[in-house]
Design a protein around this ligand. Sequence first.
Ligand SMILES: [Mg+2]
Length: 230
Amino acid sequence: MERLILFDIDGTLTRTENGYLPFNEAIFQTFAIAGDIRTVVPDGNTDPLIVKDIFAKAKIQIEIGADRWQRFTANLRASYRQHVERGETTVRALPGAAELLKALLVNQAFSASVVTGNFEATAEVKLEAAGLALYLSRGAYASDSEHRPDLPGIAKRRWQQLARRLIEPERCVIVGDTPNDLAAARKNHMKCLLVGTGRYPVEELLYWQPDACLADLSDTKAALTTLANL
Ligand SMILES: [Mg+2]
């Protein structure tokens, strides 16, 4: 039976080095404040909440309206692209990520999309830089909602519109690297596979009792079997 696999990006499909450079630059360009993403734990969070966390941690009170978010998104996209082009920020696919996405693409039983705390603009830059953009249909992003539990439902609806058929939430699998990914899956009655390629080792992820857990995605066959049996 058909399954929709919804991949988180950071720590699950890709790893970014020096991602703080474009993020901090975009904060400065947009808000004229020297905020630093390295002062907070961004894993599993969404970009807008990360920005709010940074300001809260620095004890800066600021009201951010829709126009300012738009400017921040545009600055972040431009800055990310520049830093990646100059090689100052690197985004690479994690072991097995490309192979698994290719295998899912040619398997009629699976569809693959994205659920991420990145703005859509930054998700695009990251997936393109890592060579993974071609394998994933449009999913849900922090630009759709800053609350991660809202995102799986949005991704499912987008896929249904594209595929012109319905899919049960129980046939959807979130693949992520944090307890937040699992919580979002549970909230939406979806399955969850956690991978130990982010901040949390497998032993810690198991404590949260996901439906499945893998050290990484490097064994394509094992990952496919795991996904098919959820
Ligand atoms: Mg992640």
